[in-house]
Write a protein that binds this ligand. Structure first.
Ligand SMILES: Cc1cc2nc3c(=O)[nH]c(=O)nc-3n(C[C@H](O)[C@H](O)[C@H](O)COP(=O)(O)O)c2cc1C
Ligand SMILES: C=C(O[C@@H]1CC(C(=O)O)=C[C@@H](OP(=O)(O)O)[C@H]1O)C(=O)O
Length: 353
């Protein structure tokens, strides 16, 4: 496998580069008869596209979805669904002055090491522009999950070291950072201003919760649900850490503190984050991802050119100051794609569920 594919039964392959003609996805294995239109895709893409919070890149992409195959009269036909989004505002000339320099923190140097050839215009496949395809596919996954009563949501719980202390999910959409703590969102805004003025960037933490996940999803042993989710989330650019449930904090607890007591009414707590032995327990799935600061910054940094000579770089172009909160819907997408795959697999595994 060339690494552009995710999933077993519900399988996606994304394609395209940030400064190529278009980006998109082919979805294979979606059941026939699911109501699905370009409007469904657009609702997801609009949450990912540049704009919104002041952390966002100023690149202006309308991100209009076109479904090219696999849908007839508003329903999936069971054949591959192909979705395309044209790149409209690449402006490749802004990369001309750094074409033979490696940006610290980005994939320029490793792509060259691997392939020996690199399209220097934009981030190529390593650009978050590629996530258009994943998010478009999640629109279809989301329709299947919604019909099964499963929902996924992501919240910004930390940005630039500012932590959300509250989880008022009702207020989340009222601030551009998608933070469930209005006071923290204001502090995040001030932190973004401060760092942006210095030509620098920020990282953050996103919490993802999946509700309504039935017990029984996940495959022994290498495709444990937690392994699949961690792999999918780690597959997002700039994600450097994934936690399930209490994650690293669990290592500091005793067994009696960490075990979730089982009662006739269900689990009394959820330190496990909804997964036991790689199989969903019926409790909500709780995940957190650590997102590193955006590598392309205007501050001067040490680097080398493609001949290995020492030099310095300032990356101009149009870049996000933080991947948060645009990455939030990408996290939701990755979780939805893993869940729909395991949901469909489970229907083949057990007649009893
Ligand atoms: C939503 C999102 C937006 C991003 N925007 C930018 C950006 O504008 N400029 C940039 O240099 N990196 C950006 N990144 C990060 C790079 O894509 C990422 O750092 C790069 O692919 C290298 O991969 P790694 O950080 O996983 O090692 C973004 C990532 C995400 C998820
Ligand atoms: C255009 C988008 O974000 C881009 C993500 C990105 C990166 O390196 O990840 C770098 C910038 O684009 P380029 O590839 O032109 O350098 C961002 O503008 C998008 O997400 O749609």
């Amino acid at each position: 496998m060339a690494g552009n594919t995710l999933g077993g039964l519900f399988r996606i392959t994304t394609w395209g580069e940030s400064h190529g003609e278009a980006v998109g996805v082919v979805i294979d294995g979606a059941p026939a008869g699911i109501p699905f239109t370009e409007e469904h895709v657009q609702a997801w893409l609009d949450r990912r596209k540049p704009g919104g919070a002041k952390t966002s890149t100023s690149r202006k992409e309308p991100d209009r979805a076109r479904i090219l195959s696999g849908v007839f009269e508003g329903k999936t036909t069971g054949t591959p669904v192909s979705i395309m989004v044209a790149n409209k505002d690449a402006r490749s000339s802004s990369y001309a002055d750094i074409m033979d320099l490696y940006r610290p923190g980005h994939g320029d140097i490793t792509y060259d090491a691997k392939y020996g050839i690199r399209d220097y215009r934009g981030g190529g496949r390593a650009s978050a522009r590629e996530t258009v395809g994943r998010v478009a596919a999640a629109a279809l996954a989301g329709e299947i999950l919604a019909a099964a009563g499963i929902s996924v949501r992501a919240a910004t719980i930390e940005l630039g070291g500012v932590r959300a202390l509250k989880r008022d999910y009702g207020t989340m959409a009222e601030n551009p950072y998608l933070c469930p703590d209005a006071e923290a969102a204001e502090a995040m805004d001030a932190r973004v201003d401060e760092v942006r003025r210095k030509g620098d960037s920020l990282g953050g933490v996103v919490e993802i919760i999946a509700d309504g996940v039935p017990a029984g999803l996940g495959e022994p042993v290498f495709e444990k649900l937690d392994a699949a989710l961690a792999g999918a989330l780690m597959g997002i650019g700039a994600v450097k850490g994934v936690e399930i449930g209490d994650g690293f904090e669990a290592a500091r607890l005793t067994g009696s503190e960490n075990n979730d007591p089982i009662t006739p009414d269900g689990f009394a707590s959820n330190h496990a984050g909804g997964i036991l032995a790689g199989i969903s327990s019926g409790a909500p799935l709780v995940m957190r991802v650590a997102v590193k600061p955006i590598p392309s910054i205007t501050r001067e940094q040490e680097t080398i050119n493609t001949r290995g000579e020492a030099t310095t770089i300032r990356t101009r172009g149009r870049h996000d100051v933080a991947a948060v909160p645009r990455v939030n819907v990408v996290c939701e997408a990755m979780v939805a794609l893993v869940l729909v795959d395991h949901f469909l697999r489970q229907r083949a595994v057990s007649w009893n569920r």
